[in-house]
Design a protein. Sequence first.
Length: 364
Amino acid sequence: MRHLINILDLSVDEIDKLIDVADDIMANPDKYNEVCRHKILATLFYEPSTRTRLSFESAMMSLGGNVLGFSEATSSSASKGETVADTIEMVSGYADIIAMRHPKEGAPIVAAMHSTVSVINAGDGGHYHPTQTLTDLMTIRHEKGRFDNLTIGLCGDLKFGRTVHSLIGAMARYEGVRFVLISPEALRLPGFVKHEYITSKGISYEESESLEEVIGKLDILYMTRIQRERFVSEDEYLALKDSCILTAEKMKSAKPDMIVMHPLPRVNEIEVAVDSDQRACYFKQAHYGRYVRMALIMKLLGLIENDVPYTPAEDKKPIVYGVYTCRNPRCITSIEHELPQAFKLADKENSIYRCVYCETRQNR
Ligand code: NCD
């Protein structure tokens, strides 16, 4: 059973093929409007969403399929204390494919373990958001015509921004990509992303607190919102909320062909005056989401003709059970106490283990 939990669950060739299919759907929508007839997508959204949920639902309906689900945890049995595992045991009997968003990191991994149908991670806490990355990659291919040899600036909340984590994982697989990480110190990229995808692969990167200073060298500027809902302290959020703002004035120092992306929703981190700049791509980016999710649904239901062959990478990292306890308050194990505490060896040389659900490093 194929699931999409992390963007690395898809090979580079599979991503290329998905974007080819999405392009074909955009050009010939009628060819696809019956391909998912009698198929059901369940959208289980335990956390708010506009674009992701609606684009998934629109995608399934545009393929001739049906949709059921919930858009907030309070309207599901989660509010009565039902576990993810129990919910999924049932929903996988009601639907052919599941898209799930959850505030706790690693919840989709638990879902995949209990599902008899494909599970798509539609965002888990401050961890990953692989389908936003598919949307981002489609935008990059359309606007820049390539994935390699690009300098990508990621600006804003790099700590909790799950779209940033997945995009870095995806882009780190292409030749000659450089990252410029722009954030206040308190919102820097977490170790599981920085180490796993950048430093351990020898990829070139720099960190800066000033967008003005680095904007001139970027091919892509990926702006993000400060993720208010992930802060433990409101005061800390208030102190950081205006730290990275893109203005029309700053755009004057950017390359004429730099593109500005943003997963949306925007709060105040991009001045509205930037919207009319030719280089602003964020609304187009949101639009692509529907088509690439149509392609993804087709793929996971086995409906793409001549799909590229898939060879899963062998994961040989040893797992230890019951040795460490995850201390991340956003991990699914923080609310579902019967889940086994499992840690995977992430860095043998330095004996670093990471929680298999949320990838937080073990406490020493
Ligand atoms: C993002 C998310 O949910 O992580 N939104 C989206 O899916 N397009 C970004 C965000 O909420 O800031």
